[in-house]
Design a binder for this molecule. Sequence first.
Ligand SMILES: [Zn+2]
Length: 90
Amino acid sequence: MATKRRTEIIVETERVIIVHPQSASVRSWCGACSTQVEMVTPEQAAAMIQVTPRAVYRWVEAQLLHFIEEPDGRVLICRNSLYGQISESQ
Ligand SMILES: [Zn+2]
């Protein structure tokens, strides 16, 4: 009853981002470009143009970027449209 227990709670906020060489450059058909383009994840896109992933998702929702939705719900962004977005915001 009188036992004092010290509980240590270690919150690990470790994020492991695994970039597979193959998935790093996914090529897929972009309907808006009418060609095969390189597709990146919103996180990769954000890192590439140095914005937050949030900004990328906002552009996706605003249809400012070309994107495809994978069957598992993941969004992949057309790299061509990403670069178009940088030149417009600068
Ligand atoms: Zn495109």
